[in-house]
Every structure is written in structure tokens, then in C-alpha cells.
Design a protein around this ligand. Structure first.
Ligand code: HEM
Length: 387
């Protein structure tokens, strides 16, 4: 499959066992070194300058063609890889053009349904484009070695035991794993707050009280429990990753614990060691026993009654980042990314869904090349908040 030609096989997502442990250690230590909130904020300001006075804009949707989507590309690009792809201001960036073409070709339904076609009728021009893109990532790696920065790639490069191929494959993984997921999460957040203006007003009040005219930082973000609840509820109700690919049962004792608990029929199941299990995250997020009225957007599920503080939620019931050893290593990074962008959006913009939106009755998702479920082509009307 062409996807593997792009992503490579020597990275944290595709490795297993001892090899995965090595990749995972390097990736986690790079991710946990710092959360670059100031960088998120300065990139968000750049996005706002492109949004101008607002109007009808496509949100963080399934293609890399609109300015407002580029922030995510840049957020993960610039902060994870330490390279400015310049996609916010440059609508015709060659990188974006190349990336879009490769993604469209990889996602071609004909070739996804009949992967054998790739062997019988190799798409040479696509293969060339993919190799070209992989080459770009390789150059970026060389450049980073010469000019280290304050980013995850630089931290990874400090690891002596990784090969250049492994570094490059992990870079592609960061890039891909980082922006589609966050784009989907952000789109859902914007959507639900446009469908629930009372929640938007409450979140904005909280943000303005915590930020004033300042930018978000680690300290003031702590004072926005309702905003955090809105983001968490959007991730519950419309999670970008609807099922975890495969979990080796031997690796995940937690699964043994949660599966019987979640089966309300009271039966227990024998799962043989090393069996592959696909965990249906949506089934858990819509389980009425744990989430009453599950189709309702209700951020207060994540708040304590009365005191307005964040509630503690059982980690096995809210799974947008999965659970266990293979859970998302960037969950903290991603949540700060979302909180920074969301708080600045609320501080400076208000928004609503246009009357003719196809998402009027319910959110409509499409599948990305990586089988993520993301809001599709969602226009939102943005207006500057009166200061
Ligand atoms: C809202 C944003 C995000 C969501 C909802 C999300 C969700 C997930 C989920 C559910 C998994 C487990 C997949 C599986 O087991 O099948 C995962 C894995 C992963 N994610 Fe994320 N993710 C997000 C953002 C990011 C970002 C920003 C990065 C990197 C900068 C990232 C890097 C990774 C990596 C490297 C893995 C593989 C971990 C492993 O196999 O050990 N993710 N993510």
C-alpha cells in the first residue's frame, strides 16, 4: 500500500514489542520536554490575521486547502518538527500542494477497496510524488541536525540509538498523527458551540475573565474549567478516532478490566493472550449507563455539580486518546494545543452555523485517508467580538 511508502515501517505506530518500547521511550521523552503554549498562541495570531474581519470560513476540515485549517498543519509542523511550512499565509505553498496530492491518491476509493491494483497497475507518478515528499522530510531532518531548535524533533535527535530512517519515519508519523486528529477535534468544538450559543457565551465569559487581553499561558488556562469541559465533551460526542486499531491483549490488562464492566449483560469473556482486539470507542462514549442522554452535547458532565470545578472522570469511559500502553503519547500536548486555540477563538471571535449548512440537523463526518472520522466541509460564520 502506498500509505506505508509514505509513513515508513520503522516508527512508533507500526512497531511492536521491544522495538516499540524503544520508539515509544524516545517519542514520549521528546513530547514531555515542554508544551510550547507561546508558540501555539503566536501561530494562532497568524491564523487570525489571515481570517481578517471574518466572514464565512471553512473550519478545520478534511482538506488542506483553507487558511483556517492550516493552523493545525503549522501547529504540529512548527512545534513538533520545528519547521515553518508557511501554510497559513501561503495558500499555494508547494508543500501543501504535494501533500494534498499524495493524500488524495492514497485515499483513492478504488485503490483502497482493491489494493492489489497497486501491484498490477503501479501509479508511478504518485510513487514519485511520495518519494519526493519523503525526501523533503529527510532534508528537513538534515537541516535540523545543523540547526537544532526547541522542538520535539531536536529532542528526538539527541537519542544516539536511532537511525536516520527511524527519525524520518517518526517525523512523518508526528506530522500525520498530529494534525488530522486535532483538526477534527477543533471542528467539532466550534460546531457544538455554534449549535449551543449559551455554552459559547458561558465559555467566552470564563475566558475573558481569565485572560483579559492577555495570551493564554499555563497559569491562566487553569482557570477555564468550563472551556476544558466543552473540549472534552466535543471529544466524547464526536471523537476523531472511533476505534483503536488493534490492541494485543497481553499488553493491556486494563482491557481485561473494562470489558466485563462495560458489558451490561453481566457476562464475562475469555480473551486469549495475544489476541488482537479492536476497541469501539464510540460504543463506550455512547453507553447510556455511563453517559445518560449520550447524544446530547452537555459539557457539564465534566464539571462537579455546584462548585464549577472540573469533575474527575473514570479514565476507561472517556477514550478519545485511547488507554493503556499504546494510548496517545501526545494527549497532554494536544489538549494544550486545543485549549490555547479555543480560548483565543473565544476571546476574539464569535461564530454561528450558516442557515444553509448541511450540518444543521446533525454533524456530518467524512473519513480522512487514515480512517479518521472528521467533520466534512463545515462552513462557519466568524465575526470579531466587539471589544
Ligand atoms: C485531539 C488530538 C489527538 C487525538 C484525539 C489522538 C488520538 C490518538 C489515539 C486514539 C491513539 C491510539 C491509536 C490506536 O491505538 O489505534 C493515538 C496514538 C498516537 N498519537 Fe495521537 N491523538 C491526537 C493528537 C496527537 C498529536 C498532536 C500527536 C503528535 C504530535 C500524536 C501522536 C500519536 C502517536 C505517535 C501515536 C502512536 C502511539 C503508539 O502507538 O505508541 N497524537 N492518538
Amino acid at each position: 500500500m502506498l500509505l506505508w511508502r509514505f509513513v515508513g515501517r520503522t516508527n512508533v505506530i507500526l512497531s511492536n514489542g521491544v522495538n516499540w518500547q524503544r520508539h515509544s521511550r524516545v517519542v514520549k521523552s521528546a513530547l514531555n520536554r515542554n508544551v510550547p503554549i507561546e508558540k501555539f498562541a503566536s501561530l494562532t495570531k497568524r491564523l487570525f490575521s489571515v481570517m481578517g474581519d471574518g466572514g464565512r470560513l471553512l473550519t478545520f476540515s478534511t482538506t488542506l486547502t483553507e487558511a483556517s485549517r492550516f493552523i493545525l498543519c503549522l501547529l504540529s509542523g512548527t512545534t513538533a518538527l520545528g519547521h515553518d511550512f508557511n501554510t497559513i499565509v501561503d495558500n499555494h505553498s508547494p508543500f501543501v500542494a504535494k501533500y494534498n496530492e499524495v493524500m488524495d491518491s492514497i485515499a483513492s476509493p478504488l485503490f483502497l477497496v482493491f489494493p492489489k491494483l497497486e501491484t498490477w497497475f503501479p501509479r508511478k507518478h504518485v510513487i514519485r510524488k511520495i518519494d519526493d515528499l519523503v525526501n523533503d522530510f529527510g532534508k528537513l531532518l538534515e537541516d535540523k541536525k545543523q540547526r537544532p531548535g526547541n522542538d520535539m524533533l531536536t529532542y528526538m535527535l539527541e537519542e544516539p540509538e536511532m537511525t536516520d530512517e527511524e527519525f524520518r519515519d517518526n517525523m512523518v508519523v508526528f506530522f500525520i498523527a498530529g494534525h488530522d486528529t486535532t483538526a477534527g477535534a477543533m471542528s467539532s468544538f466550534v460546531y457544538y458551540l455554534s449549535k449551543h450559543p449559551e455554552a459559547q457565551v458561558r465559555a467566552r465569559k470564563e475566558v475573558v475573565a481569565a485572560l483579559g487581553k492577555d495570551e493564554p499561558n499555563i497559569e491562566n488556562l487553569r482557570h477555564m474549567p468550563f472551556l476544558q469541559a466543552c473540549i472534552r465533551e466535543s471529544l466524547r460526542i464526536n471523537t476523531p478516532i472511533v476505534s483503536c486499531l488493534s490492541l494485543m491483549v497481553i499488553l493491556s490488562p486494563i482491557l481485561r478490566a473494562i470489558i466485563p464492566d462495560l458489558c451490561s449483560n453481566g457476562k464475562s469473556y475469555h480473551i486469549p493472550a495475544k489476541a488482537s482486539v479492536i476497541m469501539n470507542i464510540c460504543a463506550i462514549h455512547y453507553n447510556e449507563t455511563y453517559w445518560p442522554n449520550p447524544y446530547k452535547f452537555d459539557p457539564t458532565r465534566f464539571m462537579n455539580q455546584g462548585d464549577g470545578e472540573e469533575a474527575r472522570i473514570d479514565a476507561s469511559l472517556w477514550l478519545p486518546f485511547a488507554l493503556g500502553p499504546r494510548q496517545c503519547p501526545a494527549r497532554n500536548f494536544a489538549m494544550y494545543e486545543l485549549r490555547t486555540l479555543a480560548s483565543m477563538l473565544l476571546q476574539q471571535w464569535e461564530w454561528n452555523l450558516p442557515a444553509d449548512s448541511p450540518h444543521h440537523d446533525s454533524i456530518k463526518n467524512g473519513f480522512s485517508p487514515f480512517a479518521l472520522s472528521l467533520p466534512k466541509d463545515m462552513d462557519i460564520i466568524f465575526r470579531r467580538v466587539e471589544q
